[in-house]
Design a binder for this molecule. Sequence first.
Ligand code: ASP
Length: 311
Amino acid sequence: MVFPVSREPRIQCDVVRGTGPALLVHGGAWDIPPEEREAHETGALAAARLGLGSLRGGASALDTVEAVVTLLEDDPALNAGTGSVLNRRGEAVLDASIMDGEDLRVGGVAAVRTIRNPVRVARRVIEATRQVLLAGPGAEEFAREQGFEALRPEELVVPREVERLRDHQARRRAAVPGDTVGAVAIDGAGRIAAAGSTGGTLNKRPGRVGDTPLPGAGLYADSRVGGVACTGWGEGIARLSMARAVLARMEGGQDPADAARELLAACWSRLGGTAGLLIVTPDARLVTAWSTPRMARGWAHGGMETPAAAA
Ligand code: ASP
């Protein structure tokens, strides 16, 4: 359970001191059921492997997080793109965004149903428009203009999620977050970028948009300070402007792990919810912190022979 949480959650944190190009990926912070853990770990590992290969090959942080999140969107085990959680009506409705920490360009799409890889369309928002966020039918029209294939909305729906929604509605529970995906990377030139993609919260109200496409809430990247991607209870993350709030603390000289812990503590003590986040710093420190029972994550940097993952 991610929200509301009645007992003070335990905040967990991993810090890896990386060298050279580096990245962190996540496959969501929540109470991942035992039978789904292996698939989450495998997905995060594959994404970290792809990301490290891309960075070692000289790709930019921006191209790398786009490629990594595209791979995670296509993984049906995860709540993004194909395999997303469903809203109250049984529809997969997606949000995604991507940010370049060099020039603070950011692009997002929200509440889309006919796009296989929303993060790729979000990237096109950066490249082909002067806007930050396109939503609903306008975003879908833009995707068509940019040459993206029009999916039938049912193509994003997998049987596991139909079952999960049915079970959830039978028990009359509130909307809960699932396994959103995200990535933050620093490339060989010191450029930082972040991206995220999600189906949002299970059983969400039609029209609901979460934190994932909102710059400053679900993600932020500034090569001078660091990059952040959040997951978990989107309303809480948005109310705290979590990604930017972490970076503001780091700009003031605070240690990134302490900044992450503070935000997660505030999410529970002030709002009663839980979340998780990734931080990559300009000196390639990789920080993952979460107040949910689990967080699926993968990490890699220039000094590692092979990437690692845990769920
Ligand atoms: N933060 C996402 C949302 O609220 C859900 C998640 O991270 O699992 O839309």
